[in-house]
Design a binder for this molecule. Structure first.
Ligand SMILES: [Zn+2]
Length: 165
């Protein structure tokens, strides 16, 4: 059927009348109530597996063409790992302390070299995109720097703790 505006048939218009707003219906009363409902249902589903719409059952399934490392990175386990890193770091870049920017969860020990640490919370740190780009191709150096930063933070925490006691 070519694109364009088609005249609605009488039958269709009659059907529309029965489908439309009827007594007893009410829409969303405010934007807030709509968002509340939407957020509630999305939060309830968060972090749970969805076997009914994954793999071959999904409408985007192309016959298993995803490489294995991409598959791992997109897995639920990886998503949950990322979220727990962000939550621990309070959704701020741990190098420049920026918030309200696009954040990445960085693997301190590289994803490819240390498969056993891929989902270790202690092996992740929140970085903003510029700081993350900075780490590309100099992973070893960055690892050292982050290690120093962690030690520094640890010393700071320790000092604050002692002062508080
Ligand atoms: Zn940053």
């Amino acid at each position: 059927m070519p694109r364009g505006i088609y005249k609605r048939s009488q039958e269709y218009l009659a059907k529309l009348k029965t489908l439309g707003f009827q007594k007893g219906h009410h829409g969303f009363r405010s934007k807030e109530s709509y968002l509340k409902g939407a957020r509630k249902s999305s939060e309830a589903q968060r972090g749970k597996p969805r076997p009914f719409q994954s793999g071959a059952k999904n409408f985007l399934w192309k016959g298993g063409i995803t490489p294995i490392n991409v598959k791992i990175r997109q897995s639920l386990e990886c998503k949950n790992w990322r979220r727990s890193i962000f939550e621990r770091d309070n959704y701020s870049c741990q190098v420049c302390q920026r918030t309200y920017c696009i954040l990445n969860a960085h693997h301190i020990k590289p994803f490819s070299k240390c498969p056993e640490l891929r989902f270790d919370i202690d092996n992740g740190v929140t970085l903003c995109v510029p700081c993350h780009n900075e780490s590309k191709r100099k992973e070893a150096w960055y690892e050292e720097q982050l290690d120093k930063l962690a030690t520094l933070n640890w010393i700071q925490d320790e000092m604050l703790f002692r002062l508080a006691v």
